[in-house]
Design a protein around this ligand. Structure first.
Ligand code: UD1
Ligand code: CA
Length: 452
């Protein structure tokens, strides 16, 4: 049967105390509502309707990569009223899965369970048992069948003891949904059109209402404030940490570890505390990541060491390299096997050949460096004239003396040497020695200045 999804995301999220709409607050660096859209893409769903209200422009620009149908709810009169904004797009003979935009971690596996339960009944609800159900809608049962949801504010003392709660996620046929929406009223404690009232309508028509439970209890947690968001973020990160440890990764401390994207690992990878991985990061066998490193969209080759406080983005590090501590590899850095990049070295859009070393305090930008090159401390490639960028080419076996400036465009030929402190403005041929610096004078009998 065809399946449409409605995501309710019009609420302002007052308790976030933010100018950003609640559903755009991020978990693992991705907006909450985008987590849901990505998950929904994994189940076989034909249309996604997003009910939005606050922050329309921010939402539309944040989600422009996704094809969703936008349903405006200009006044937030309740979850039932929110669903009404999408009903014109719903056909009778499809199933409609309703999700909430502020429960970002619901999994495809859980949604599939819910869809499967619906296949054998008329309305399926995703419910969970909570030790502290305060504030949530309570599930009222008559044996196996669910007969109503009572919102916390409308519940009697006896009903408030019920621990089984509504996650806000449910599925039913389009024709049932539309018929029931037409009968909702706002005669309740909050003066809202409650979507949850459809449960009692279904029961009174003799329909079968059943429930499914999530694979992981915390995945259905809804976010209302920043404490809940931080708590769910930590739970999510811990889960990712556990998955990686199951795959054989050594984590110094799973509580101080963040993956904000995907991390692909080989065997015997070791990760020290406070590492942050963003986008897609691939670590080959025997890679070691030191404490406090940030790695974003990069690949690290077999046996390479990334030492403490290094920052790597959109870069490729081949096997057996040693990076850092305190190194920065910026976009377009391509390091061949056995390269050493030491402390306070910045590399950008440069290829560094096999076994070459840039050990201390250098800037290497728009450069092509051959094999077995030694770049002395404090070397700078002067790649920018204020308007244009130029290339520096350093061929195999070159030795660059400390504190040299290589004013691009310039080529240093194979096996050449540049004397320390040189400012190189002209290319150097193979095997030459280039020295370009003021000549030293030693003056005898120099009188030191005296205090007046
Ligand atoms: C709702 C459920 C409650 C459930 C809880 C789970 C109702 C009446 N209650 O309560 O049973 O236990 O979720 O978290 O459905 N929204 C709109 N437009 C509106 C109102 C809400 O789009 O007019 C969206 C919100 O942006 C949010 C979702 O619907 O994503 C849930 O709304 P919220 O106000 O948080 O509902 P609860 O009171 O928590
Ligand atoms: Ca809520």
């Amino acid at each position: 049967m065809a399946l449409s999804v409605i995501i309710l995301a019009a609420g302002k999220g007052t308790r976030m105390k933010s100018d950003l709409p609640k559903v755009l607050h991020t978990l693992a660096n991705k907006p909450m509502v985008e987590h849901i859209i990505d998950t929904v893409k994994q189940i076989n769903c034909d249309n996604v309707h997003l009910v939005y209200g606050h922050g329309a422009e921010q939402l539309q620009s944040a989600l422009q990569a996704h094809s969703v149908s936008w349903c405006l709810q200009s006044e937030q009169l309740g979850t039932g009223h929110a669903v009404m904004q999408a009903q014109q797009h719903i056909s009778d003979n499809e199933d409609v899965l309703i999700l909430v935009g502020d429960a970002p971690l619901v999994s495809a596996q859980t949604l599939t369970r819910l869809v499967e339960v619906k296949a054998h009944c008329d309305l399926a609800l995703l419910t969970v048992n909570l030790d502290d159900p305060t504030g949530m809608g309570r599930i009222i049962r008559d044996g196996d069948n669910i007969t109503a949801i009572v919102e916390h504010k409308d519940a009697s003392d006896a009903q408030r003891l019920i621990k089984e709660i509504n996650t806000g996620m449910m599925i039913m046929s389009g024709s049932d949904l539309k018929r029931w929406l037409g009968k909702l009223s706002n005669d309740n404690a909050q003066g809202e059109y409650y979507l949850t009232d459809v449960i009692a309508m279904a029961a009174s028509e003799g329909k079968k209402v059943q429930s499914a439970q999530p694979v992981w209890e915390r995945e259905v947690e809804g976010i209302n404030n920043r404490m809940q968001l931080a708590s769910l973020e930590r739970a999510f990160q811990l889960k990712q940490a556990e998955n990686l440890m199951e795959q054989g990764v050594r984590l110094a401390d799973p509580a101080r570890f963040d993956v904000r994207g995907t991390l692909v690992v080989g065997r015997d990878v070791s990760i020290d505390i406070n590492a942050v991985f963003e986008g897609k990061v691939v670590l080959a066998d025997n890679v070691s990541i030191g404490p406090n490193c940030v790695l974003k969209n990069c690949e690290i080759g077999e046996g390479s060491f990334i030492e403490a406080f290094s920052h790597i983005e959109d870069a490729k590090v081949d096997a057996s390299c040693q990076i850092g501590p305190y190194a920065r590899l910026r976009p377009g850095s391509d390091l061949h096997p056995g390269v050493k990049i030491g402390n306070f070295v910045e590399v950008k859009k440069s290829i560094i050949g096999k076994g070459s070393k840039v050990n201390h305090l250098s800037y290497i930008g728009d450069a092509q460096i051959g094999e077995a090159v030694n770049i002395g401390a404090g070397t700078i490639t002067c790649n920018y004239d204020g308007v244009n960028k130029f290339k520096t080419q350093i061929n195999d076996g070159v030795f660059i003396g400390s504190n040299s400036s290589l004013v691009a465009p310039v080529v240093i030929g194979k096996g050449a040497t540049v004397g320390a402190g040189s400012i190189i403005t002209k290319s150097v041929e193979d095997e030459q020695l280039a020295i370009a610096r003021g000549k030293q004078r030693n003056i005898s009998g120099w009188q030191k200045p005296t205090k007046k």
